[in-house]
Design a binder for this molecule. Structure first.
Ligand code: NAD
Length: 295
């Protein structure tokens, strides 16, 4: 069934996601503060215009942070038709996501938080994974659209559960990348070759995505960013952002997660230096440099 979609936020992720909806035959009205809508999208004069004029029955947003999403909702909720489904795919604070759900409900709308993993490559190839929070019915209604933009969608629970799943997953990833990097640096100082450590750990209990897919040292995994001077991949700045969101949630929930908090600190320092220019696995060089400074 063809839907009328208002798509707000056409940056690195939103642009190709909206393009895939157009390719699948949906009518898409696009709006971005900076980016001009791509081919096939109907340009809107404002976010409210994208929602109101097109009589959109679904609004998808892909914005930088929670404050942008809440600002957008305040602007467009009054312009939307009651019952419109708001699907926010941005990565934002769990608390902000829950607020967005509440504001949508108070305005007579329905909402889903549906952040993604898979990066720009996944957005372009319609290979994203969506993790969704909200009602069963809302998830079922959004699913055909999510399936056009991705290859997997998991309903994780009620409001905010998609964001919770996203930051918990990325907390595992951030901590495990630091652990794998420290192990390689320790191995170096013990005279152990990268290949030997890789051959053992990737076939033993140290096996994880950070090692076997995104290996932080050049050599063992030819496709990993380490072999192209750490060009992303998954940018260090995005990992720092997601770990910051995880740290907010850890503190808000009063949970003891020492490694998650420490990973957020280490990635914040590292990302301040390299920004989006380096893959997050490049943190191995910082760990090695610090090790050499100390010795
Ligand atoms: P981006 O900066 O490229 O795009 C965001 C866009 O939102 C920009 O073009 C900006 O002009 C627009 N925007 C901001 N406020 C707006 C408003 N009020 N109305 C209309 N447009 C507005 O960022 P991105 O890389 O596309 O990431 C978007 C979201 O996806 C972020 O939350 C990010 O954490 C998440 N994410 C990104 C990646 C990735 O690899 N880039 C991977 C997974 C998740």
């Amino acid at each position: 069934m063809s839907r009328t979609v208002a798509f707000i936020g056409l940056g690195h992720m939103g642009g190709p996601m909206a393009a895939n909806l157009v390719k699948a035959g949906h009518r898409v009205r696009g709006y971005d503060l900076v980016v001009t809508p791509g081919p096939g999208l109907e340009p809107a004069a404002s976010a409210a215009d994208a929602v109101a004029d097109a009589d959109a029955d679904v609004v998808i947003s892909m914005l930088p942070a929670g404050r942008h999403v809440l600002g957008l909702y305040d602007e467009i909720l009054p312009a939307a038709r009651p019952g419109t489904l708001f699907v926010d795919c941005s990565t934002i604070d769990v608390a902000d996501a829950r607020t967005a759900h509440e504001r949508a409900a108070a305005a007579g709308m329905r909402a889903l938080d549906a952040p993604v993993s898979g990066g720009v490559v996944g957005a372009e190839a319609a290979g994203l994974t969506f993790m969704a929070g909200g009602g069963e019915e809302e998830f079922a209604e959004a699913l055909p659209l999510l399936e056009v933009m991705g290859r997997k969608a998991v309903h994780c629970g009620g409001a905010g559960a998609g964001q919770a799943a996203k930051i918990c997953n990325n907390m595992i990833l951030g901590v495990s990348m630091i652990a794998v990097s420290e192990a390689f640096v320790l191995g170096e100082s013990l005279g152990l070759s990268h290949q030997s450590l890789y051959d053992v750990a990737s076939a033993a209990s140290g096996q994880c995505w950070a090692l076997s897919v995104n290996c932080p040292v050049p050599g063992p995994v030819p496709a990993s960013p380490a072999n192209r001077d750490y060009r992303p991949g998954f940018a260090a700045s995005l990992m720092a952002k997601d770990l910051g969101l995880a740290a907010n949630a850890v503190r808000a929930a009063g949970v003891n997660a020492e490694l998650g908090l420490r990973a957020a600190e280490l990635y914040a320092v590292y990302a301040e230096r390299v920004g989006a220019a380096e893959d997050f696995s490049g943190i191995v060089r910082t760990i090695r440099d610090q090790n050499e400074e100390q010795s």
